[in-house]
Structure formats: structure tokens, C-alpha cells
Design a protein around this ligand. Structure first.
Ligand code: GCB
Length: 614
């Protein structure tokens, strides 16, 4: 009996383990890797035939009709009802919606398949599959065996491929990708953006030593007085290194060659926490986005990263960067290239979006409403653009569910762990326009606590709503008590009234904290010109921005920045005016052809004025 029980437990454990999440490997650019980007074979499977039998039971691992198994006909009599071959293909990375007219509105399962070769691994070497993002649910199989699954459409994940599963030639890799929306997921069923499906970011095969640096964090110690540090030119840096496996004894060597710094830190166990002083450090800021090459050496592997040093904090109603007050001249951005009607994923895409932001004289972007790809935050580091990064806890999440809270926490952790060395990121946002209730507030508060426990060197916020109330608009959402800055979305003159209502509007905040307008905006169809009293015309949007800017100029001294909605038009199934919207949210300052609308100039001039007054 005991034997029977034991074997039952063993089986249960293996079954659980096969889909258990593995800790994220960070900075994959700096690891030995083989790109698995390119053209993958696909099967569009709306009924999930490759996953379920006709009795709607999950298929067994060896079921030859399961789509993770290589379909081989035994002879000409044999019946096979699926297969992977040209021309049934989709490019990776990329969303599927933009790659075929039949997939524009598709929400469901698509199976992706490709083969890969891998040199014979040396003793102790290990192979991992890394995905930059798959929207929304991914199940990953190699040579017929399941490696694991992942939920969350905008954050990376990885799985180890057991050595005995690997061959040097023709490994059969299959990923089941499902982007169906569900009430119990993050985001939930209702959003104002396109649910682009697919393997939307890079896929890599990582070759790692037996033990390696899995994650690390390095920043100016948030507790130090930055004025004193600047005066004395002595900066305290603190951080941590997490190893994949515990060691009895080992060393991590940390070097910043440009500063002539190199230090050996002994490590035992799987975690090292360190601090050290640097002299004559050039601090990172939008005006001077100085990055230093940082090298981390462990077990024969050298990781290289480009990291800047800066301090972000609040003092009463002000936001301070490196001890000086800073005004955030921001713009909200979706991860989309409008002219090509697709998700953005590459360094070139990041450059296009951030160059537009620079042309606007912006010094900050709000990356809405989910973590964007890593190229965006790396490019922002290099270009000197501050970043607000957010998880898709958007509108009506199931705030009463612990399971949903866990999913939000997982996405929050994956976002922070991937990007906590990106100097440009100054704000982690835990959500957008969540409806006020005690249940919601405690859900959001636990996300804030989680964010702080993972990273105490950045500000935490969430985009709140405003209670429009005659001439006095009061921001008193109880969540504001827990965030570092009070951020609010306001659409005075678009969703209610007309733009000139801004003339008499007053703003009151219940908290003694910086106030940030995380959204404001109005829709206009690019190239539609009329008088300003015509909705959807470029002139109406221009008028809206003029009135908003005039109102902002009268703001009290807690006013610390804004990120209007939005840089460019983006796809949304909620936007169905047959003439002016045609499936697009038209609040972009740039239209779907990449052409700037009139309002772009209004915000650009306002930002230039602010910049030159500083
Ligand atoms: C909002 C949302 C944003 C929408 C925008 C709009 O408040 O945060 O996701 O797209 O308004 O256009 O209505």
C-alpha cells in the first residue's frame, strides 16, 4: 500500500512539475544563444483538436493525433489528420493578426512548430528555451514531451530542456498558443486595445553552464542622501545576484571597466547581496543618459550589461531625479506600429516610437497598458527617456479572486525582474482605471506591497479615475493613499462637456503627493479638416489640446507631469464609427499613416516652453 501511495505521489509530483514555472533568466542578449526567430509552421486550431479527443478529454502525451507529436504516416494506408508544412506558416516574432487576412479577428489556438539543431552539449552544459512573450497562454513541447506552460501575454519565460530529450539534429519544437480572453485572466475580457495573438517576441535557445547567474540587480542605494553623495562624489551602489543553484563556495567578480572598478565577492548558497562605493560617477538623466558597461563574472561566464545610475524619489509634492525637481513631459504609447497595423517588437520599432516621442519634446513615455518588449526599455535607457511601465490590471478584473491576484503578482514580478536594471524605468504601475471598492483597494494594495518588496528604488503608481464634479474635480480614490504619485486619467471636454469646460475647472487632490495626469485626449481622424466645433476633425483635437494646456498652466504646485493619450492611433475593436474610427482608437497625435496631426504641434510647443523655462 505504502509503495502504491508513494508511486501515486511520484506521478502527481512529476505531473505538477511538468508545468511548473521556472525562474526567469535575465539579460539573454548577453548569453550564448541560438535565435529561433523566423518562419514557423502553424496549424490554426479553433476547436483545439490537437489538445482534446473527440470526447473532449486531454490527449495523452503519446497520442499520435496530439499536435505536439511529429505526424509520420506509417504507410500509404495510414490515416493522419494533421501536419506541419508550407505554406502554412507565421513569422516569429510577430502577431498573427497582421500576417493573414483570415486571422485579423482570430482569437483562439494556433500551434506553432519548427525544428532546431544544437551542437552536442559539453558535460554539465544545459539548454533552455526562452520566449520574450507569447499572448496569452503557451504550452511548450520538445520531441513530444511537455516542458511547461505559461500565462501572461507580455512578459518573458523560460524552460529547461532535459539533456536526455535533446538531439543534435531535428528537434521537434511545438508551442500551443491560445489568446482567448477569459474573465479570470489578466487582462480580463474587456479592454480598449487589440488582442494580438501569437509568439509576439523573440524566441531563443540558450546554452548555459551547469550553474549561472540567473538574475541580478544593481542601482544607487536608494537610502543614501543624493545631495551628500554628489557633494562628496562618493556614491553607494547596492544590489544582488541570484544563482541558478546553491554553491558551497564561489566568487562573483563585478567590474565597471570605465571607472576602473573591479571587486571579487565570495558567495555561498544561491544569493549574494553586495554594496560598494563608486567615485566620480556620471549620473544618468534625460539630458545626459550616461550608461556604464557592467560585467558580472561567475563560473566561467561573463555577463555584460549597460547600466546607468540615478536616484528617483518624491519629496512632498515634488518628483526629484538625482535630487533635482523634474517635470515629466510624457506621452502614452501602445506597443504598436500603426502604419503596418501590427505589434511592435524590434529595436527598429522601438527607435521609431521613441524618436516620435523625442520629436514631441517629451522626456518620458508611459508604456501602456502592459509591459512592452525589452528593446523599448533598453532603447529608452540609451536615448534618455524616462519610463512608466505597467501590468494589464485594467478596468474590471475579478478583484475577489486569490487566483487572479496571484496571476497579477506573477506578471508584476516578471516585469520587474526583467527590467529592474533599466535605468530609464522610474515608475512601476500596478493598474489602470480600476473601479473603487474595498475589495479592489486591498487587491491593488497587495500589488503595491509586492512591487515595493521586489524593488525599493522606484516609484509606484496606478492610473486612477477622477470624480468630475461641477468645477471642482476631486481626486480622492483611496488607492492614492498607497501610491507614491497620484496619477489620474481625465477626459474633460471629450467624454463629458466640451474642451472650453477646462476654463473653469479646478483640481483638488486628497493627498500631499505629486499629481500626474496619466491620460487626457480626444479623437481625430488624420487628414479630416473642418472647424473646431466639428467632432473628429483635427481642429477639434487641436482645440481640445489648447484648452487642456491652458488649464494645465493654472495647475497648483503639485502638478508634476502628464502623459496624454496617445502617441499614435491604435487598433481597438471598441471603436466602430464607420467613417471616423473604422476599428481604430483615433486619439493619436500621429495617425495610422504615421502623419502628425495638428494637436501634435500644440503639445510639442507646450513641452518646449516647459523645457526652456527649466
Ligand atoms: C482610458 C483608458 C485607455 C483608453 C482611453 C480612451 O481611460 O485608460 O485605455 O484607450 O481611455 O481612448 O478612452
Amino acid at each position: 500500500m505504502i509503495k502504491k501511495l508513494l508511486s501515486f505521489f511520484a506521478i502527481t509530483l512529476i505531473a505538477l512539475d511538468s508545468t511548473a514555472m521556472e525562474k526567469l533568466i535575465v539579460n539573454t542578449d548577453s548569453r550564448e544563444s541560438i535565435s529561433l526567430n523566423g518562419t514557423w509552421h502553424t496549424i490554426v486550431d479553433p476547436y483545439e483538436t490537437g489538445f482534446y479527443t473527440y470526447r473532449y478529454k486531454e490527449r495523452g502525451e503519446d497520442d499520435r493525433e496530439a499536435y505536439w507529436n511529429r505526424p509520420v504516416a506509417k504507410d500509404k494506408l495510414d490515416r493522419l489528420e494533421h501536419g506541419y508544412r508550407d505554406p502554412y506558416t507565421i513569422r516569429v516574432p510577430g502577431d498573427w493578426n497582421s500576417q493573414s487576412d483570415t486571422l485579423t479577428y482570430y482569437e483562439g489556438t494556433i500551434w506553432y512548430q519548427r525544428d532546431f539543431d544544437l551542437r552536442k552539449l559539453k558535460r554539465g552544459e544545459r539548454a533552455f528555451l526562452y520566449f520574450g512573450a507569447v499572448n496569452y497562454e503557451a504550452h511548450v513541447y520538445v520531441n513530444g514531451k511537455k516542458l511547461g506552460s505559461h500565462k501572461g501575454g507580455f512578459t518573458p519565460f523560460n524552460f529547461e530542456i532535459p539533456a536526455d530529450l535533446l538531439k543534435t539534429k531535428d528537434n521537434f519544437l511545438v508551442v500551443k498558443v491560445d489568446n482567448k480572453r477569459h474573465p479570470q485572466e489578466i487582462p480580463t475580457v474587456n479592454t480598449d486595445w487589440w488582442n494580438y495573438g501569437g509568439i509576439t517576441r523573440d524566441v531563443k535557445l540558450l546554452v548555459m553552464p551547469d550553474n549561472f547567474i540567473q538574475q541580478y540587480a544593481l542601482q544607487l542605494d536608494p537610502a543614501q542622501d543624493i545631495h551628500k553623495a554628489k557633494e562628496e562624489s562618493r556614491f553607494l551602489v547596492s544590489g544582488s545576484v541570484d544563482l541558478n543553484r546553491a554553491v558551497g563556495k564561489g566568487d562573483v567578480i563585478l567590474a565597471i571597466p570605465e571607472l576602473g572598478f573591479e571587486r571579487r565577492f565570495p558567495v555561498s548558497g544561491s544569493r549574494l547581496e553586495f554594496e560598494f562605493e563608486l567615485e566620480d560617477l556620471g549620473l544618468w538623466s534625460p539630458d545626459s543618459p550616461k550608461l556604464y558597461q557592467v560585467k558580472l563574472d561567475f563560473n566561467g561566464e561573463t555577463l555584460t550589461d549597460n547600466i546607468g545610475f540615478r536616484k528617483i524619489e518624491t519629496a512632498g509634492k515634488k518628483i526629484l531625479l538625482n535630487g533635482e525637481q523634474i517635470f515629466l513631459r510624457g506621452i502614452s504609447v501602445h506597443e504598436e506600429i500603426p502604419q503596418q497595423v501590427r505589434r511592435a517588437f524590434s529595436a527598429e520599432d522601438a527607435e521609431q516610437l521613441l524618436t516620435w516621442a523625442k520629436e514631441l519634446n517629451a522626456n518620458m513615455v508611459r508604456l501602456a497598458h502592459y509591459p512592452h518588449n525589452e528593446q523599448m526599455t533598453r532603447m529608452a535607457d540609451a536615448m534618455g527617456i524616462l519610463v512608466w511601465s505597467e501590468i494589464p490590471v485594467y478596468w474590471t478584473i475579478d478583484f475577489g479572486s486569490d487566483e487572479v491576484l496571484d496571476k497579477a503578482k506573477t506578471q508584476l514580478e516578471e516585469m520587474i525582474v526583467r527590467d529592474r536594471n533599466r535605468t530609464s524605468v522610474i515608475i512601476w504601475s500596478v493598474g489602470n482605471e480600476t473601479p473603487v471598492s474595498p475589495l479592489r483597494t486591498s487587491f491593488m494594495k497587495s500589488l503595491i506591497d509586492k512591487a515595493r518588496s521586489l524593488d525599493d528604488s522606484r516609484l509606484i503608481s496606478a492610473a486612477l479615475e477622477v470624480g468630475y464634479n461641477g468645477d471642482v474635480n476631486r481626486i480622492d480614490d483611496p488607492l492614492g493613499a498607497y501610491t507614491d504619485i497620484v496619477s489620474v486619467n481625465e477626459y474633460l471636454g471629450w467624454y463629458g462637456g466640451l474642451p472650453d469646460d477646462c476654463r473653469t475647472a479646478k483640481w483638488e487632490v486628497a493627498y500631499d503627493k505629486p499629481l500626474f495626469f496619466s491620460e487626457t485626449g480626444a479623437g481625430a481622424k488624420g487628414g479630416f479638416y473642418a472647424d473646431e466645433k466639428t467632432r473628429w476633425s483635427e481642429e477639434f483635437q487641436e482645440w481640445f489640446y489648447k484648452e487642456q494646456v491652458a488649464m494645465f498652466k493654472r495647475m497648483p504646485d503639485n502638478y508634476s507631469g502628464l502623459s496624454p493619450w496617445i502617441l499614435a492611433d491604435f487598433r481597438s475593436p471598441r471603436r466602430n464609427h464607420p467613417v471616423y474610427q473604422q476599428g481604430w482608437n483615433r486619439k493619436g497625435l500621429i495617425d495610422d499613416k504615421g502623419i502628425k496631426k495638428k494637436a501634435f504641434g500644440v503639445l510639442k510647443n507646450y513641452y518646449r516652453e516647459i523645457e526652456s523655462a527649466q
